[in-house]
Design a protein around this ligand. Structure first.
Ligand code: ATP
Ligand code: MG
Length: 413
């Protein structure tokens, strides 16, 4: 699936989740406020009625859900069991002061007030809150229904907002990616032709002993056109990587050992004897699943970076091995290295670490390539002690056959 469609799906999901969370929070907050206000109002009213009933109410005909207990007054047939509370009656007799309490019993809540009445009588008024509790349950059921409707609405809102606001953005991104691919592709051919022509001119200039200034100018032009070509390759690679899993169909089993040897051979030609390149790659195939052009570019990027950062007389070592289903390719050099804190930032786009005239794209693309191949790449170094880059990729096929004794191919340039 192209990344734009993935982004739209993610955005829809995110909008739906955020809306659902907001609705849930709102419903919970509204429910809590309603429940608190309702409970307080109900309790205040019941206590008022109990005080009135206990003080002056008709002991033989109490209001609904209320029972009035007092010595010498016959109990009603529907009076709840366990009342009157003898402890409270005794306490009121002793102290002469009213006592109030809330009791949770028999699946309901009772509010109980015991107080003295004129004539030395102690009255206990009991109120059964079951209808008030039922009202609160209804309130929460209604809020639950509102929550379900709200959650359905959030799914709808996610889909609608995703379509209205995110889809045009995704289309713009897709158009931008297509533009980058088309423009890079169209520019690639004329730049390659210009590069070839300027190389020929440069050689002719050397042969015809043109003035130094002309030759240097042509050399610089060759270098600039070469780099421009590399940038276009990077842009094309980046755009094709962004096309996502559709391109995964391009993955094929390939021999990383052969690939590494061939890239090293190409790179050693450009080293021009300045630096020693040691290649330690097993003679037997090291199969991985991947896109050959992309992996070739990734390995080449490590070698060309190492070559650029290693001073004359230095050494670059490339090793390849396979263990526990993982293929590991390492490139170390004896260059200036970088600080450990910088290691992770090297893989950010346009991070150039002070290298003028470069674009800072190589390692970022390398990481994209390796990640798309299900692998990892790490960098480590100490300033002044060289750099080490390690690519790990999942191996494919059977483990290496023990074959002939392992031999390092040391290419010295
Ligand atoms: N072997 C190395 N030794 C020391 N520093 C390195 C090494 N490889 C990369 N770096 C640092 O990492 C930075 C980023 O590297 P990257 O390959 O992404 O960009 P670049 O080589 O500067 O430009 P580009 O690859 O786009 O032409 C480099 O500018 C450099 O500072
Ligand atoms: Mg680079």
């Amino acid at each position: 699936m192209p990344p734009e469609r993935t982004a739209v799906r993610r955005a829809r999901l995110r909008i739906a989740l955020i809306t659902a969370a907001v609705i849930t929070l709102l419903v919970t907050a509204v429910g809590w406020v309603c429940d608190t206000v309702m409970t307080r109002a109900q309790n205040a009213q019941v206590w008022r009625e109990l005080r009135f009933g206990a003080a002056v109410g008709d002991l033989t005909r109490p209001p609904v859900c209320t029972w009035l207990f007092a010595d010498g007054v016959p109990q009603l047939a529907n009076a709840p069991a366990g009342f009157p509370l003898a402890g409270d009656v005794g306490q009121v007799r002793r102290t002469g002061r009213a006592v109030e309490r809330t009791l949770h019993r028999d699946g309901t809540v009772y509010l109980v007030r015991t107080q003295p009445r004129a004539g030395g009588l102690v009255v206990q008024a009991v109120f059964d809150m079951r209808y008030q509790l039922a009202d609160r349950t209804h309130l929460w059921s209604a809020l639950g229904a509102a929550e379900v409707v709200g959650l359905l609405a959030s799914v709808g809102a996610g889909a609608l907002l995703g379509r209205v606001s995110v889809t045009p953005l995704a289309e713009a991104l897709a158009r931008q990616r297509r533009f980058v691919t088309d423009a890079s592709h169209e520019l690639r051919t004329p730049i390659t032709q210009a590069y070839t022509r300027v190389q020929v001119l440069s050689r002719q200039a050397a042969a015809q002993k043109l003035p130094d200034g002309h030759r240097e100018g042509l050399d610089r032009l060759t270098g600039s056109l070469g780099r421009l070509g590399e940038v276009l390759d990077d842009l094309l690679l980046s755009a094709s990587l962004m096309a996502g899993p559709a391109r995964q169909s391009d993955h094929r089993p390939l021999d990383l050992a052969a690939l590494a040897r061939s890239v090293a051979a190409e790179e050693s030609e450009t080293l021009d004897g300045r630096v020693t390149l040691l290649v330690d790659v097993p003679p037997q195939p090291v199969p991985v699943n991947g896109v050959e052009s992309a992996l070739r570019r990734a390995v080449g990027e490590l070698l060309s970076n190492a070559a650029r950062h290693t001073p004359p007389g230095g050494r670059i070592e490339m090793t390849l091995g396979r263990a526990d289903g993982t293929v590991t390719l390492t490139v170390c050099d004896t260059g200036r290295g970088f600080s450990p804190a910088e290691a992770e930032r090297l893989f950010e786009r346009f991070h150039r670490g002070g290298d003028d005239g470069r674009y800072g794209l190589g390692l970022a693309l390398l990481r994209e390539v390796v990640t798309r191949h299900g692998g990892t790449v790490t960098a480590s170094s100490r300033p002044g002690h060289g750099a080490r880059f390690t690519i790990r990729l999942p191996a494919c096929g059977p483990p290496l056959t023990p074959g002939p004794p392992h031999q390092a191919t040391a290419g010295r340039t």
